[in-house]
Design a binder for this molecule. Structure first.
Ligand code: LMR
Length: 328
């Protein structure tokens, strides 16, 4: 045991050295997949690290690994359970193998805007969702916002029938697969870091994402245009492993959580501005944005609405009713 303990000290300090952490500090690796400077998640993760490193200096040391440089979203939760990474914030669509509860967020046109998403998450039901994976070893710490999703393709998308027969990249979510099938399109799950190349080479024809991701990954460069459908939500859960949280002294955990909750509130409040800036940046860079008339939008809603019934058992009518009451 003494030898093992000594080895683990060596491993910890070697790791601490590479990260610029001091001996004895609790090393926290935060792995994510977006850029750092103008993306809601990137900005929030960087701010969190800056504050932890300033305010918990000597106790905790955080390093952020953005742009899928450490793990893709399909690997990061397993890596977390192995103890190789301490924080991550995959989109709610990427927790399929851990819980079905988040499926409500993927249902098309379930929430009218991010305020509705925020209010639902703040409700008792939403807050309980953060504990839904405890038995699988994961604990949600808080929801981080990104924005509403838009569709883009290599042909103009005005009516839902324009998507028929096209191949669309989707995140790894059965609801999103069903959503694309409802449009008569062919869904192709793949990781975020592969999307630009797949659009560029024609492996897929289109994708759905938020303005921050469409601008951040330059998807608009390799698409005919983006249609402002606001048809779905892309939001995140910041997670840690139950084991790691349990390993922290209560005081350390409280200090960390206080900073985390402040950063969460501050950055979630700013998400509308970040979203609008990235939408504008797409236009400034020459990207095409198509807006829908009320009639056109109603057609998209009607085409995708049947997906709700497909997932009713997972999601629960009472949760759908609660979400719809918030929309009203
Ligand atoms: C995606 O895979 O499209 C998104 O979940 C990426 C992200 O983290 O915003």
């Amino acid at each position: 045991a003494a030898v093992l303990a000594a080895m683990s000290v060596i491993a910890t300090s070697a790791q601490a050295d590479t990260m610029g952490c001091d001996d004895g500090e609790i090393v926290v690796k935060f792995s994510h997949v977006t850029n750092t400077d103008r993306h809601p998640k990137g900005i929030a993760a960087t701010l969190l690290a800056e504050r932890v490193n300033a305010e918990m200096d000597g106790t905790m040391c955080m390093e952020v690994f953005p742009n899928s440089t450490l793990y893709n979203d399909d690997q990061v939760l397993e890596a977390m359970l192995q103890g190789d990474v301490q924080l991550a914030s995959p989109s709610l669509s990427k927790f399929e193998t851990f819980t079905k509860q988040f499926r409500i967020f993927d249902l098309p046109f379930m929430f009218v805007n991010m305020d509705a998403v925020d209010a639902f998450q703040a409700s008792e039901t939403g807050q309980a969702m953060m504990d839904s994976m405890q038995r699988r070893g994961l604990q949600g710490l808080g929801f981080w916002h990104n924005g509403m999703k838009q569709f883009s393709a290599n042909v103009p998308l005005n009516a839902p029938s324009d998507a028929e027969g096209l191949k669309f990249r989707v995140q790894t979510s059965d609801v999103l697969v069903a959503q694309m099938e409802a449009l008569g399109a062919s869904p192709q799950p793949m990781s975020f870091s592969e999307v630009y190349g797949a659009l560029q080479t024609g492996v897929v024809d289109g994708q759905e994402n938020t303005w921050s991701n469409i601008y951040g990954q330059k998807f608009f460069e390799v698409q005919d245009g983006t249609t402002e459908t606001n048809h779905g939500v892309l939001d995140y859960l910041v997670v840690a492993s139950v084991d790691w949280l349990d390993s922290l002294d209560a005081e350390v955990r409280d200090d960390f959580m206080e900073i985390f909750l402040e950063v969460t509130a501050e950055r979630n409040a700013a998400v509308g501005e970040v979203d609008a800036n990235n939408r504008q940046a797409v236009l400034d860079a020459g990207g095409v944005i198509r807006e829908l008339s009320a009639e056109q939008r109603a057609e998209w809603v009607a085409t995708m609405q049947p997906v709700w019934t497909q997932f009713l058992d997972d999601v629960g009518q009472e949760n759908i009713d609660a979400a719809q009451a918030i929309n009203a």
